[in-house]
Design a protein around this ligand. Structure first.
Ligand SMILES: *Cc1c(COP(=O)(O)O)cnc(C)c1O
Length: 427
């Protein structure tokens, strides 16, 4: 498609957009009395209008039923989480028994590492990507130290090549081979939070398993954003947060995946709690732990229903729309944003550089832009003018044109504000 940098063209794309009506299902903040252009759905998704009713329902049930709500609420609390199995398994490409909701992301990765990182004197190394999200770096280091190893020796980072912004799959595969039978675990982000690079989860998973390691994924920036086939790809385990692309609210509950092949392996250790115990016998309060055969068997505590309520609203919206439609719009709107950025760059003779891979197979809903000249002042100009973006040191803004609620006209409008900002800072 031949794009044009005009409002009319952007409006034509909106008129053809089958998801356009969903924009009205979200609540946008306002700046200067105008609805913002929201590019930070990769950090905290907007609130869907229908979410409040899900939360109110729990509040009302609690008021009317108190403890009886566990069994007699409209959506009983004791197995409330089972409502996620259908929609969530479709979002991540899993069997319903392979997904669960619980805790928060870093906590879940720690719990899953109890099962899948059991280093021995010979096999103790972990491969991750360079510049992984800080929480993941802290987590990996603390796990390695907990097991008595030295992080500098045990954690192997895949580096970018000199002068390149992204990691090559061939370099990941070569490193996996090199570490070989010392490799206990590969644990990477499915989509890099900083550059937006999408990793080849299927190929990397197979390579890790071929040398005898477990392979797990942090899908914080992937769930609800990219096509996932976790079951087919034979991923051992994964976890994600729900407040980024999945719009469930600040700090909200995480989702986790454990592949079916591990469900009946009772030799795998785990940290247990009563909510992971055999559902039919949970309230018999028996002394011996008998885990649920499925991802729910990794649950520990009874679930925070007030935080699951907004998450349930979210997964039901995803179920209504489907990942296929979201991905189709994602690719078009991201390409349009990329076009707008290049046009503005030409018009004002600027020097910014998109560090996200240009190949649509290697990116999703995010363009990270290195602002060589303009920097922080331009970021602040955008924020003051109702464009919500985020800033990452040393000089990067990240733009996520979330397909659920961003419009093509937003992209055009953003380009105009950006141009104004660059021109006014050059003076
Ligand atoms: C957002 C994000 C996190 C956040 O972890 P929490 O435990 O939810 O605070 C972790 N890892 C990655 C890769 C992220 O993008």
């Amino acid at each position: 498609m031949e794009f044009q940098n005009t409002r009319e063209f952007a409006q034509q794309l909106d008129a053809k957009d089958k998801l356009a009506k969903y924009r009205d299902e979200f609540i946008f903040p306002h700046v200067n009395g105008k609805q913002v252009i929201y590019f930070t759905g990769n950090s905290l998704g907007l609130q869907p209008k229908r979410t409040k009713a899900y939360v109110d329902e729990v509040m009302d049930d609690w008021a009317k039923l108190a403890v009886e709500g566990h069994f007699y609420a409209e959506k009983p609390w004791w197995d409330y989480h089972e409502r996620f199995a259908g929609p969530l398994s479709k979002i991540v490409g899993a069997l319903p028994t392979e997904v669960t909701v619980m805790n928060t992301l870093t906590v879940n990765l720690h719990l899953l590492m109890v099962t899948f990182y059991r280093p021995t004197a010979r096999r103790y190394k972990i491969i991750c990507e360079e510049k992984a999200f800080p929480s993941d770096q802290y987590m990996l280091k603390s796990q390695v130290k907990f097991h008595g190893f030295d992080p500098d020796d045990a954690i192997v980072e895949i580096k970018r090549r000199e002068g390149e912004h992204n990691i090559r799959t061939e370099d990941v595969l070569a490193k996996i081979k090199e570490v070989g039978d010392e490799l206990a675990l590969v644990l990477m982000g499915g989509v890099n939070y900083y550059t937006g690079q999408v990793f080849d989860i299927k190929t990397i998973t197979k390579a890790g398993q071929d040398v005898g390691a477990y392979v797990g994924w942090d899908l914080a920036h992937a769930a609800g954003n990219i096509k996932l086939e976790l079951h087919e790809w034979n991923v051992d385990f994964a976890a994600w947060c729900s407040y980024k692309y999945m719009n469930s609210g600040p700090g909200n509950a995480s989702g986790a995946f454990v592949h079916e092949m591990h469900h009946n392996d009772m030799d795998l250790p785990r940290f247990a709690g009563w909510w992971g115990h055999n559902k039919e016998r949970r309230f018999l309060m028996e002394p011996a732990f008998d885990p649920v055969r499925g991802a729910n068997g990794w649950q520990v505590s009874n679930l925070p229903i007030l935080s699951l309520a907004p998450y349930l609203a979210s997964v039901e919206m995803f179920d209504e729309v489907g990942m296929t439609a979201l991905i189709a719009k994602r690719d078009l709107i991201t390409a349009y944003l990329e076009f707008i950025l290049h046009e503005i760059d030409k018009e004002v003779d600027s020097t910014f550089e998109i560090i996200t891979p240009p190949n649509p197979e290697e990116r999703a809903c995010q363009l990270s832009v290195f602002l060589h000249g303009e920097g922080r002042a331009l970021f602040e100009y955008l924020m003051k003018n109702g464009v919500i973006v985020d800033w990452r040191e040393p000089n990067v803004i990240r733009l996520a044109p979330v397909p659920f609620y961003c419009s093509f006209e937003d992209m055009y409008e953003f380009g105009q504000i950006l141009k104004q900002g660059i021109v006014s800072h050059k003076k």
